[in-house]
Design a protein around this ligand. Sequence first.
Ligand SMILES: Nc1ncnc2c1ncn2[C@@H]1O[C@H](COP(=O)(O)OP(=O)(O)OP(=O)(O)O)[C@@H](O)[C@H]1O
Ligand SMILES: [Mg+2]
Length: 580
Amino acid sequence: MSVRRIVSLVRTRWPRLILGACAGLLASACSVALLATAAWLVARAAQRPSIIVLSVAVVSVRAFALGRAIFRYVERLVTHDVTLQVLSDLRVAIFRRLERLAPTGLPVFRNGDLLARLVSDVEAVQDVFLRALLPWVTGVLVALLSAAGVLLVLHSAGTVLVAVTLLVAVVVPRFTRRWSHRAEAGALEARGQLSEDVVDTFERLPELVAYGAVERRLAGLADTERRLLRHLDSAARIRGTGAAAVTLATGAAVWCALVLGVPAVRTGSLSAVLLAVVVLVPLALAEVFASLALAAGELTRGAGAAGRVVDVLDTPDPVAEPGRPSQMPAAPYDVFVAGLWARWPGQEDDALCGVDLDLPAGRRCAIVGESGSGKTTLAMALLRFLDPGAGRVTLAGVDTRELDSDAVRQVVGLLAQDAHIFDSTVWENVRLARPTATRSEVRAALGKARLLDWVDSLHDGLDTWVGEHGDRMSGGERQRLALARVLLADFPVVVLDEPVEHLDQRTADTLLTDLLGATRDRTVLAITHRLQGYEDFDEIVVLQDGRVAERGTHQELMRIDGRYRASYQQELATSRRQIA
Ligand SMILES: Nc1ncnc2c1ncn2[C@@H]1O[C@H](COP(=O)(O)OP(=O)(O)OP(=O)(O)O)[C@@H](O)[C@H]1O
Ligand SMILES: [Mg+2]
């Protein structure tokens, strides 16, 4: 099923695949014809006929020998070329899918496992074309054509050859597939797990070392590897048994040809010269039969991998894109959230239950609340990473479900808690937001994010390499770099999701002041645990269990005896204690 999906997915490559198959067919046909003609030539030459009788066969042997090499070369060239194209088609298709799924639809897959799907599974699927489907089709055709030739010469030997072809092409693969199915599936699963564990181990190495858990982790990895090897071993054993059965069947076909041919020569219904042909054709087919056995093994392996690739391709969209997206309206971009209910994929409970929010252009609103109260979920809904279950989000009066989600994200930008910094230069990291930006625009954005002095103090300035995940920068510098990115992208609406969360108090305070200063002229939705610093915001919304518990300005909320006032006073007392 999955293989069929993949085959139809690469429809545009069919003509080249068929061309490759034709070349392969001709190469194999030449190879069988070469041996058959050579057999006839040797046997006939033994009778010392005139050279004229042999000349056609001599020329044919040369032609088949040359043809075999040339067609095989063309086949290799065409099929390898086209399978590389298939490989890139599949990788692009998966990547596009991942782009659609990220970030909210991805958690169904584990990172490393996803990597295995993208790399080794796609390669295994590519082998389905190169090593399974093409050799199988050409092999069966050549075997049947050869059998038809033998049928004309000696009916019984031809029938045996047809039977052996069916045995080798259909019966043996069916059994090997059935027996090796579980081992192949287990191997794929174990490989995914191994890849996942290796990636995870590398990512979490500092913690593992700190807690002395490296040995245990390595033992776990070794266990998974042993499981993988066990599965690979039993799959290889079954494949080997299949290959042995094929070799046996080929040998049996040669013996049958002899046993049936010799009496036919005795009775005079077959010439002695043709006996050589009848006996040698099954031998010539040995290579073809062997490739059929290999093809069956590759198909089983490839089918499992194709299933895992198709799983990714078929994962439902976390958000439904409109068939015909509406035109993005012009500024001002008022954001309006009405009765919003939202739920994460695969979850039973709603993370937001009827939230309203009025965010006209230029307004600044803070969302506060305990961990798990639904703050990030609200941000995800505004960025259209998550569709409302009920209620709606409008942007400049248009329901965001009618807009292309990428278009929404060109207006609404996110500055998250730990923005990803790429292992590249400062310049590339900032320019990511707007690839057409000039160096002076990037510098201006860095200036507004108050990072320009730091950049200028670096040896290579803008071209300084920042290390993996921005390892060579402090947490505050990383957040400022991310802010520069947001400023360069020039989003009219900015969502700040706990942008100063992991920083020490002093750095957090100055960064927050700079952050709010730099985004003063935009619509801002600031999500925060800390309450200080947002006192002059137009509205503060307190979320609790996905519902709005309190809302109003700082002054209004301080007048009522609620959660906000209690938390604010507690926070104030803590920070006073720290200063004292
Ligand atoms: N990717 C996800 N998949 C499934 N459920 C999620 C996901 N992210 C959040 N949730 C669930 O949605 C609910 C709200 O989570 P959310 O992340 O919005 O809270 P939050 O207020 O941002 O918390 P925090 O302050 O800890 O960041 C929680 O019950 C959480 O378990
Ligand atoms: Mg959150």
